[in-house]
Design a protein around this ligand. Structure first.
Ligand SMILES: N[C@@H](CCC(=O)N[C@@H](CS)C(=O)NCC(=O)O)C(=O)O
Length: 263
């Protein structure tokens, strides 16, 4: 079978099934009732944003692994819903007007699910603007800079001091901004929201970007609060068996991930 169905509150079953999932990008076929949301996924901080949100909202979903180390992100079927050849992406079969809709870019997916469910994304304009600012902050700062910090620290063939220092400094600056923001509030935008959900997977891996949280006590407190949430725990533990076997030193994997040009 080319799918795994992840149901909230059935962690063991879900993880077992997700681990068995293959990578042929075939969405689920479900007779009868409403279909679960198809989640095109690989276990990374961008993927976790969506598993966490789906778990928080108790929305049933089907994990469709996108093995980015093997080039699944370039398959025409995936590009049709995610033209930037990046996961995550979703297909909601029960979209607006009851018709299917596909969405790529994790921030857009979080906003859509927030609007769909009315959860973790305020309806009032002031509240929504607060959330949007910190969501876009994550998308433009924490995510990309952490990605580059990780790349130059852990994956670059040459250890380039300038690049390592540049992105290490950026991460330090970014955690500093977050620490100041969290000084007098529990969450980034008032109540717990999709802005926090977007950030937690990245912050949980700070050591990979050369940081611990000792210099950022407010971020540490925020991180502990989030990591204690059952839905966050479930979202972060949605696994894909094939991901355990990726060798980042394999030239074929590196050619796929680190040598991309216009096609
Ligand atoms: N801005 C995108 C970034 C997504 C992204 O970078 N996904 C990575 C994995 S974390 C990916 O799919 N990489 C595939 C590739 O590099 O070809 C989002 O937030 O959805």
């Amino acid at each position: 079978m080319a799918r795994s169905t992840a149901k909230p509150r059935q962690k063991n079953a879900r993880v077992r099934k997700a681990r068995r999932a293959s990578t042929s990008l075939k969405p689920a076929g479900h007779a009868g009732k409403k279909k679960p949301i198809d989640l095109y996924y690989w276990p990374t901080p961008n993927g976790w944003k969506i598993t966490i949100m789906l778990e928080e909202c108790s929305l049933p979903y089907t994990v469709i692994p996108v093995n980015i180390s093997k080039g699944d992100q370039f398959k025409p079927r995936f590009l049709a819903i995610s033209p930037n050849n990046r996961m995550p992406a979703i297909v909601d079969h029960d979209g607006p007007d009851g018709r299917p809709i596909s969405i790529f870019e994790s921030g857009a997916i979080l906003q859509y699910l927030g609007r769909k469910t009315g959860k973790f994304y305020p309806r009032d304009e002031r509240g929504r603007v607060e959330v949007d600012q910190w969501l876009f902050w994550q998308m433009a700062n924490l995510g990309p800079k952490a990605g580059e910090a990780n790349h130059f620290r852990n994956y670059a063939a040459e250890k380039l001091p300038y690049a390592i220092e540049r992105f290490s400094n950026e991460m330090n600056r970014i955690y500093g901004v977050m620490n100041t923001r969290l000084k007098d509030r529990e969450f980034l935008a008032g109540n717990y929201s999709i802005a926090d959900i977007a950030c937690v997977g990245w912050a949980s891996r700070a050591e990979r970007h050369g940081h611990d949280m000792s210099g950022f006590p407010n971020v540490r407190r925020w991180l502990e609060t989030l990591l204690a949430r059952p839905a966050v725990k479930r979202g972060l533990s949605v696994k894909v068996e094939a991901a355990f076997h990726v060798d980042m030193k394999d030239p074929k994997v590196r050619a796929i991930l680190f040598n991309q040009k216009a096609r």
